[in-house]
Design a protein around this ligand. Structure first.
Ligand code: HEC
Length: 134
């Protein structure tokens, strides 16, 4: 019974059941429309590609997986070997519940990996993908 309820809660997008991150997503969608009038929705596919995209930094490959591992449901570690709790809400429900924290780390982490900020579209794509992980 509980499993059934959980399954229902997870897959309905009724506002009453909306997870906190859906407000974030709505916000990024609004910004993405301003960045690009042709914006037509977020893509989990693109979000996944962003996560795995490798850049070269001082002769070494760096990507989101460098610290968050190839499976964001697992804990990772920083370059200084400090533990980073799992990034996927499926494994760590606190993730994407504090917009300021999310923004702060997108800014830092996108800068570390891509040496630029991520666009609202990239952030929305990314959250769409990571939320889809079970
Ligand atoms: C150099 C290590 C490192 C890399 C590379 C990295 N991260 Fe992070 N990330 C961290 C750390 C450290 C934190 C903050 C500590 C924590 O919340 O566990 C964090 C937190 C976050 C958060 C905050 C989520 C929340 O709600 O708590 C997001 C979003 C995030 N990272 C996305 C990314 C994305 C997207 C990439 C690739 C573009 C990336 N990270 C690459 C180390 C990294």
């Amino acid at each position: 019974m509980q499993a059934t309820l959980f399954a229902l809660a997870c897959c309905l997008s009724l506002p009453a059941l909306a997870a906190p991150e859906s407000a974030l997503i709505a916000d990024y969608a609004e910004q993405a429309r301003q960045e690009n009038p042709a914006f037509n929705g977020f893509s989990a596919e693109r979000g996944k590609a962003l996560y795995f995209a490798e850049q070269q930094r001082n002769g070494k490959a760096i990507s989101c997986t460098t610290c968050h591992t190839a499976d964001p449901r697992q804990a990772g570690k920083t370059l200084a070997y400090r533990k980073v709790e799992a990034l996927a809400p499926a494994a760590n429900p606190e993730r994407f519940s504090n917009p300021q924290k999310v923004e702060k780390w997108f800014r830092r982490n996108c800068d570390d990996v891509f040496t630029r900020a991520c666009s609202a579209q990239e952030k929305g794509d990314f959250i769409t993908w990571i939320n889809s992980l079970k």
